[in-house]
Design a protein around this ligand. Structure first.
Ligand SMILES: NC(=O)CC[C@H](N)C(=O)O
Length: 303
């Protein structure tokens, strides 16, 4: 399979649709001003072959894709104990919903909705400098320095009323150990990280390699843990559109409201697409189309 030709073809096919449908996230100015007519795609195979096309080296706000790496840090540090306060079921609700937390005593459904990622971040904050560890992990995984976007982090904090509510609500059930301030500060900074499609395709490489670091080969996660992350991505990685993703694409995916989506083809490759305009659940509209085309043309699926 000539992946480079395939990715270029996907870019050419989708280019006429750029900027025509969907809405760029508008809850903070730094995201609202991102031009919608951008599209990038990149992949890295298990054995280190790379291909990329379109705006694949343009950094964007990874937003909820950071939840993948926060979970990885949590699994590395805590193993099974992490699951004492976080579930593993799809929520079927928007990523920032409060409704289930009340009836489920402050235990979030999964680590990929906001409440779940805030709960994971609380565990990280108890153990180490969660912001520094996140940058350290990402810098190691993609082999180049990764940084926060301080403007985005400040705007997330200034407008993050729901996330502040989620953290306080969980705290009221005794499910958050630390003061909510430092936990939210780390969560907002994690959301603000900027990376390109190519960097994310590299960084998520351990997920198609049974947990092995994409360059050094060290175990980032055990094989079993990596399989579990992929399972969670498939069932919970795209919020209330997880069913639609499984139906149309058939791969574990994690999306963010910056318009990025990371997808894993176990034992083959990791893929990242980015286009800022979103559908109603907060997933990239053209990113979904591109992944559907990729899966259709290559025949890859976990089913
Ligand atoms: N789905 C997302 O990407 C949400 C991230 C966003 N910063 C939030 O916390 O609401």
């Amino acid at each position: 399979m000539d992946y480079q030709l395939l990715l270029e073809d996907i870019v050419d096919t989708l280019r006429p649709e750029l900027g025509k449908a969907g809405q760029v996230a508008s809850y903070i100015p730094a995201l609202a001003r991102v031009p919608a007519a951008q599209f990038g795609i990149a992949l890295r195979t298990c054995d280190g072959q790379e291909a990329h096309a379109g705006d694949s080296t343009t950094p964007f706000s990874i937003q909820s894709i950071s939840k993948l790496f926060a979970l990885t840090l949590g699994m590395q540090a805590m193993g099974e104990k992490l699951w004492e306060r976080i579930g593993r079921e799809p929520s079927g609700n928007p990523f920032n919903s409060l409704v289930q937390l009340e009836s489920e005593q402050g235990i979030p459904r999964n680590p990929f909705i906001n409440a779940g990622a805030i709960a994971v971040t609380d565990r990280l904050v108890s153990l180490f400098d969660a912001k520094a560890h996140m940058l350290g992990l990402l810098t190691s995984l993609c082999g180049e320095p990764i940084a926060f976007d301080d403007e985005v982090a400040a705007s997330e904090a200034a407008t993050g009323f729901r996330n502040i509510a989620l953290a306080n609500f969980m705290k009221s059930f005794g499910r958050i150990d630390n003061d909510v301030g430092p936990v939210l500060d780390a969560y907002f900074h994690h959301c603000s990280i900027r990376m390109s499609c190519l960097q994310l395709a590299r960084a998520a490489g351990y997920l198609c390699r049974d947990g092995q670091h994409p360059y050094s080969g060290e175990q980032v996660l055990t094989e079993k843990q990596a399989r579990r992350v992929n399972a969670l991505m498939l069932t919970c990685g795209t919020y209330d559109a997880a069913g639609e993703f499984a139906f149309r694409i058939g791969l574990p995916c994690k999306s963010g409201v910056g318009g990025g989506i990371v997808a894993v083809v176990p034992d083959k490759l990791t893929l990242c697409v980015w286009s800022p305009a979103l559908e109603h659940s907060g997933n990239s509209l053209l990113g979904m189309k591109a992944l559907e085309m990729f899966a259709g043309r290559t025949g890859v699926s976990v089913f």
